[in-house]
Write a protein that binds this ligand. Structure first.
Ligand code: ADP
Length: 217
């Protein structure tokens, strides 16, 4: 299956995409992860992207499209993919169509993971990654035992560079102004499925699998 995930920053797209790829033969394509990789590698593209990411603004369409185009041609996507964080505005959605057509592919479903604004804020300000296990944690929501497990393994709780309050405010504004119009765009195309993104990750996952018409594993 080929899926697009829509949802505000903090709506759980990355978490849910990781679960789907673990249970079904799909690959997660996260433009945020691809960009962070480019930043870490210190490529010219990465350096250019970093400034915009740290400010909570979108990276230019050209850069993101180049990353996506390169990935969409790859044979490892035969089992399907989840686009997580792309497209993020109407012009990216329009640019995606010919790229897919070139490789004889089409999107089967667009899923909006719907979460209230105040919950998004708590999720984003509390988000951490364990430096040892790579596990995503939240200082407001994760069970103490999971946080302790990371610390006892000698791990640190790392915060993403763009998870500070000012940048988060910007990312949510950018979402409202640039990404939310895609909800209507895909609704009109008859492709949109809405999943309630509140509750535990397990609850959301069960709704998601159901909305996609997949069989739970
Ligand atoms: P989140 O959705 O939680 O904000 P992501 O990891 O998806 O986080 O993205 C982090 C940052 O990477 C964004 O704020 C933006 O600067 C950049 N980015 C990711 N995807 C795109 C995209 N499709 N177009 C432009 N910029 C992007």
């Amino acid at each position: 299956m080929r899926i697009v995930f829509l949802g505000a920053p903090g709506s759980g797209k990355g978490t849910q995409a990781q679960r789907l790829t673990a249970d079904f033969s799909m690959v997660q394509l996260s433009t945020g992860d691809l960009l962070r990789e480019a930043v870490r590698a210190g490529t010219p593209l990465g350096l250019q992207a970093k400034k915009r990411m740290d400010a909570g603004e979108l990276v230019s369409d050209d850069i993101v499209l180049a990353l996506i185009r390169e990935k969409l041609g790859s044979p490892e996507l035969r089992g399907g993919f989840i686009l997580d964080g792309f497209p993020r505005n109407v012009s990216q959605a329009q640019a995606l169509e010919p790229v897919l057509a070139e490789t004889g592919q089409r999107i089967d479903a667009v899923v909006l993971i719907d979460v209230d604004l105040d919950i998004l804020m708590k999720r984003l300000t509390g988000r951490r990654t364990c430096s040892v296990t790579g596990k995503l944690l939240n200082i407001h929501f994760s069970p103490q035992a999971e946080i302790d497990a990371c610390l006892q393994a000698g791990g640190e709780l790392l915060q993403r560079a763009d998870d500070n309050e000012q940048t988060i405010g910007n990312r949510l504004r950018v979402y409202r102004e640039q990404t939310e119009p895609l909800v209507q765009h895909y609704q009109r195309a008859g492709q949109l499925r809405v999943v309630d993104g509140e509750g535990t990750a397990d609850e959301v996952y069960a709704r998601l699998v159901n909305a996609l018409g997949l069989r739970a594993k």
